[in-house]
Write a protein that binds this ligand. Structure first.
Ligand SMILES: NC(=O)c1ccc[n+]([C@@H]2O[C@H](COP(=O)([O-])OP(=O)(O)OC[C@H]3O[C@@H](n4cnc5c(N)ncnc54)[C@H](O)[C@@H]3O)[C@@H](O)[C@H]2O)c1
Ligand SMILES: [Zn+2]
Ligand SMILES: [Zn+2]
Length: 404
């Protein structure tokens, strides 16, 4: 094999390193040598760091040391297995972070986030993620993608156009579809008023999606002023939760009423309390309780923010097994509905790709996409953990640096 592989490896809480890795094979040792003749090997051209990776790197999951990280992969196909018919060497592609077989009941019904054939322990799998089937991470120079014909989204058009838009297209593997899914399933449409909790990359992608869907007002809440400034930069209203605990009151100042039509949780289980008293303490149910309160009766709540079934770093016994203090009566009394789980990326990535290619949306700019070399991944993780208002894209072959 011509080139060697290197990638990002989780070592211990707060520590990732870049290591030499085996070159990917069309076979998965972690699933008893499962053959992947339906798979493709990619040269990775862009691979992003995600808030979901941070849960593992902060020691808030049962991720084992030695796990290769990375589920947001964009690349060029360099080899295909015997059973791949339509994807070809040289194709430039986006990889949905969910691994899906295309053959089970859930895949056939478009629930590709809970495929039944790719993880022995439970439905649903992802690259480089704890409890997600043992698939290798894609924050690397090379990666393997199973069921290539089904999973890969091929970019149309000439190579130069694709390369020029690669920082935007790189967001199709996860956060843009994820943010869109949160908004769409919450019922956001033309003229909606929306509250988005969290101004990390997923929250900013969700706010972008709300505007693309035609929302009248998008209000983003966080306690990170830099990230809120980023949201204001493309037309959102913001609430600084380090100053204001009562989200309804703040919404009323903006809209004249204390409720929105729809809301989206882009925070997840590491949520911190809101307002002066709680802002630094973790309160895993606070976002969900706030959203039930500030969403109008019969409104929808999208929950892309991640919730776990086991959290070794939780503050109390209940949270350690993922049991939270939900005031579900609030939501019940208002007939609210919610949608949660992994985003089925494939349901949205093609449409969002077209919106990017035809300049209907500027997702890289809105999330402040920032390209760094693969070897600087440890610094990227550390800065992202400190709350940088950036979405880091690793550039394993210098292809993005060359294009820019
Ligand atoms: N469902 C999916 O398919 C999917 C996909 C990608 C990411 N995720 C999850 O989405 C979440 C966000 O991802 P990210 O990359 O933006 O992470 P991130 O950690 O960068 O952002 C989370 C933001 O929430 C803010 N926050 C904390 N407490 C808050 C509160 N009470 N109210 C409002 N904001 C609060 C933080 O300050 C931070 O800016 C994570 O839980 C991630 O695992 C889910
Ligand atoms: Zn992700
Ligand atoms: Zn399936």
């Amino acid at each position: 094999m011509a080139d060697t592989n290197r990638g990002v490896v989780y070592q211990a809480p707060g520590e990732v390193t870049v290591e030499d890795l085996d070159f990917p094979k069309l076979e998965l040792a972690e699933q008893d040598g499962r053959k992947l003749q339906h798979g493709a090997i990619l040269k990775v051209l862009a691979t992003n760091i995600c808030g979901s990776d941070q849960h593992m790197v902060r020691g808030r999951t049962t991720a084992p040391a030695g796990l290769t990280l990375g589920h947001e992969i964009t690349g060029e196909v360099i080899e295909t297995g015997r059973d791949v018919e339509f994807i070809k060497e040289g194709d430039l592609v986006s990889v949905p972070f969910n691994i899906a077989c295309g053959r089970c009941r859930n895949c056939k019904e478009r629930h590709t986030g809970v495929c039944e054939n790719v993880n022995r322990e439970r439905p649903g799998a992802a690259y480089g993620y704890v409890d997600m089937g043992g698939w290798h991470g894609g924050q690397a120079r090379y990666a393997v993608v199973p069921y290539a014909d089904f999973n890969l989204l091929k970019f149309p058009g000439d190579r130069d156009t694709v390369m020029a838009k690669l920082p935007d297209l790189a967001m199709l593997s996860d956060i843009f579809p994820t943010g869109y899914h949160g908004a769409y399933t919450a019922g956001v449409t033309t003229g909606s008023t929306v509250y988005v909790a969290g101004a990390g990359p997923v929250g900013l992608a969700c706010a972008t999606a709300c505007l693309l869907l035609g929302a009248a007002v998008v209000i983003v809440g966080d306690m990170n002023e830099q990230r809120l400034a980023q949201a204001r930069g493309f037309g959102c209203e913001t609430i600084d939760l380090s100053q204001h605990g009562d989200v309804g009151e703040q919404i009323e100042q903006i809209l004249g009423v204390p409720e929105v039509d729809a809301s989206v949780d882009c925070v997840g289980f590491e949520a911190r309390g809101q307002g002066h008293e709680g802002a630094q303490k973790e309160q895993p149910a606070t976002v969900l309780n706030t959203l039930m309160e500030v969403t109008r009766a019969a409104g929808g709540i999208g929950i892309p923010g991640l919730y776990v079934t086991g959290d070794p770093g939780a503050a109390d016994e209940n949270a350690r097994v993922g049991q939270l203090g939900l005031r579900i009566g609030t939501g019940w009394a208002k007939s609210e509905y919610f949608v949660t789980g992994q985003c089925p990326v494939m349901s949205y990535n093609r449409q969002l790709m077209m919106a990017i290619l035809y300049d209907r949306v500027q997702i890289a700019k809105n999330v402040n996409a920032t390209v760094i070399p693969l070897e600087e991944a440890p610094e990227g993780y550390a800065e992202f953990d400190r709350g940088a208002a950036r979405k880091y894209i690793l550039d394993p072959h210098g292809a993005l640096a060359d294009a820019a």
